[in-house]
Design a protein around this ligand. Structure first.
Ligand SMILES: [Zn+2]
Length: 288
């Protein structure tokens, strides 16, 4: 539900496809997607927003060459103290921003016929800044006109709850909201609260070192009858623009090779695993 193939952290003022060689990036990334496909991954949700390295044409090439469905997003990323926000995020109204995002959904992104499958936004810590709250408002407006779900990079439960309140006031159902990076919140009662409100709680960052903790997080939700509200990902990859050869790439494999076996060993049924990895993502990406 949340992976990356290429990211550029330089900042919105400089991020541009001219900062890397797309052919070289393609060669570096492709084997990892082929490996994921062979491990059983049919669809990968690429959560890199515009101005952070979203490259639609590269995504299309990689999808065609690997056979992995790659889903992309619209929206702006307001986390990291607004470093990745373009000037219009500050200058324009929520309505104007929503019109831009809706346009990508209706006409396709950057001159292609490729449309976003979801919104990806990001916010800093609560209380939300004015611009972060505006991104949530713009996402609400876009959701109401397109039905696209809203995945928001949100590091704490307090911020997630504030976002849910804003969405509720804007008439967006909780089921259209994905709390991205919920694993960073140590207070499990907030996972419960958000899931019980009907939103998606996404535990990202599955890695070899985190398998036990991720099994724990998912088990806690299952025990409360909330497995149907949980999403997981590696938040892995990616070709790092600006680093030689794209830097250290983290494969999309632990979920298949270690996490699922660990879930089964912890008493999860095949059906539970299918709910977590197939049914929930399908539901979360169904336009509301
Ligand atoms: Zn991410």
């Amino acid at each position: 539900m949340h992976e990356h193939v290429l990211v550029d952290f330089i900042g919105a003022d400089q991020a541009s496809p001219s900062r890397y060689d797309a052919d070289q990036a393609f060669k570096v990334i492709l084997p990892y997607l082929i490996k994921a496909k062979n491990d059983g991954c049919q669809t990968l949700v690429e959560c890199t927003p515009a101005y952070l390295g979203r490259d639609i044409r590269l995504l299309r090439r990689l999808s065609e060459a690997s056979g992995v469905n790659i889903l992309t997003n619209t929206g702006y990323y307001g986390a990291a103290k607004d470093k990745h926000l373009p000037p219009q995020a500050f200058a324009e109204s929520a309505d104007q921003l929503a019109a831009r995002w809706r346009m990508e959904y209706e006409r396709g992104i950057e001159g292609t016929s490729i449309k976003p499958a979801l919104m990806k936004i990001g916010v800093d810590e609560a209380p939300l800044s004015a611009v972060d709250a505006k991104l949530v408002q713009a996402a609400a407006l876009t959701c109401r006109s397109t039905g696209l779900p809203i995945a928001s990079h949100t590091s704490t439960g307090r911020a997630a709850i504030e976002e849910l309140e804003l969405l509720d006031r804007a008439g967006v159902p909780a089921r259209s909201f994905i709390w991205v990076h919920a694993h960073n919140e140590r207070d499990g009662s907030l996972h419960t609260r958000v899931a019980k409100a009907g939103a998606w709680v996404e535990f990202d960052g599955i890695s070899d070192a985190s398998v036990d903790r991720h099994v724990d997080l998912v088990t806690q939700m299952k025990t409360q009858g909330l497995l149907e509200r949980v999403l997981v990902s590696h938040d892995a990859g990616w070709y790092r623009v600006g680093e030689p050869g794209g830097g250290q790439f983290r494969a999309y494999d632990t979920l298949f090779t270690k996490f699922v076996p660990a879930l089964m060993a912890a008493g999860f049924s095949k059906d539970d695993v299918r709910v977590l990895l197939v049914e929930n993502p399908r539901q979360a990406l169904t336009r509301g």
